[in-house]
Write a protein that binds this ligand. Structure first.
Ligand SMILES: C[S@@+](CC[C@H](N)C(=O)[O-])C[C@H]1O[C@@H](n2cnc3c(N)ncnc32)[C@H](O)[C@@H]1O
Length: 219
């Protein structure tokens, strides 16, 4: 049976890097039923709002969501990755969008926001003892290979066995100003991470390949 349409919540979005993933995310999350979720890279909150709109209904329970984003320029990206105009007002839109989503959720939703470099946010979660605390991690922060590798390695420790790790933009690259430099894309990092964790991560087969989906099967 088709899912009921989600009524317009009056969200403020200026870009959409997410809607095309919805059908696959619905299938995957129906299986995993994530209730504690980590998002690395939230921008205006489009993917986060989808999770708040969808996952509590699916699990018939509340969810906890941790969103990490630096909401501004910083180390780990190349000049021009995001222009000042693209960054302007993004964090404020994220806050308003999340507040709207939480307000209309049918089950309790807790959103914890960490503003800063993802490696700091992820390290803080580890220092707080959140090993294996998350059912799902969405890796969608910095898109350079060193950033993605660091995010994946740290997030792996935070993910429970059986949990789902979603990598955005596995095949992305053509939009960079240096299309010859593959280290400005996530793929080498995702490949390296999955190779080194081959005993502990399994790619979910049979899904569209632009994003990459993997389940944690062992510590
Ligand atoms: C593609 S956007 C996320 C989109 C969002 N998940 C969605 O689907 O609507 C990537 C975000 O990652 C953030 N980001 C990039 N590098 C980062 C880093 N090293 N630490 C924290 N956040 C970072 C950027 O500020 C940006 O908001």
């Amino acid at each position: 049976m088709a899912d009921p349409p989600i009524p317009d919540a009056g969200y403020e979005f200026t870009s959409d890097w997410f809607t095309h993933n919805e059908p696959t995310w619905r299938t995957l999350t129906r299986d995993v039923k994530p209730r504690v979720i980590l998002e690395i890279g939230s921008f205006e909150g489009r993917s986060a709002c989808w999770m708040i709109d969808t996952l509590p209904t699916m699990a018939d329970a509340g969810i906890e969501l941790v969103c990490i984003d630096r909401w501004g320029h910083g180390r780990g990206q190349w000049p021009g990755y995001q222009t000042p105009a693209e960054i302007d007002g993004v964090e404020q839109r994220f806050d308003r969008n999340i507040a709207r989503a939480v307000k209309r959720a049918i089950h309790p939703v807790t959103v914890r926001k960490f503003k800063g470099p993802s490696i700091v946010g992820l390290s803080k979660l580890l220092v707080d003892g959140k090993f294996g605390a998350f059912d799902m991690v969405y890796v969608d922060g910095g898109h350079g290979a060193p950033d993605v590798l660091a995010d994946a390695v740290l997030a792996f420790r935070l993910l429970r066995v059986g949990g789902l790790m979603i990598f955005d933009d596995y095949l992305w690259g053509r939009d960079t100003d240096r299309p010859d430099d593959i280290l400005r894309t996530p793929k080498p990092a995702i490949d390296a991470f999955l190779n080194v964790h081959w005993h502990a991560m399994r790619i979910v087969a049979g899904k569209p390949i632009y994003q990459l989906y993997a389940r944690k099967i062992a510590e």
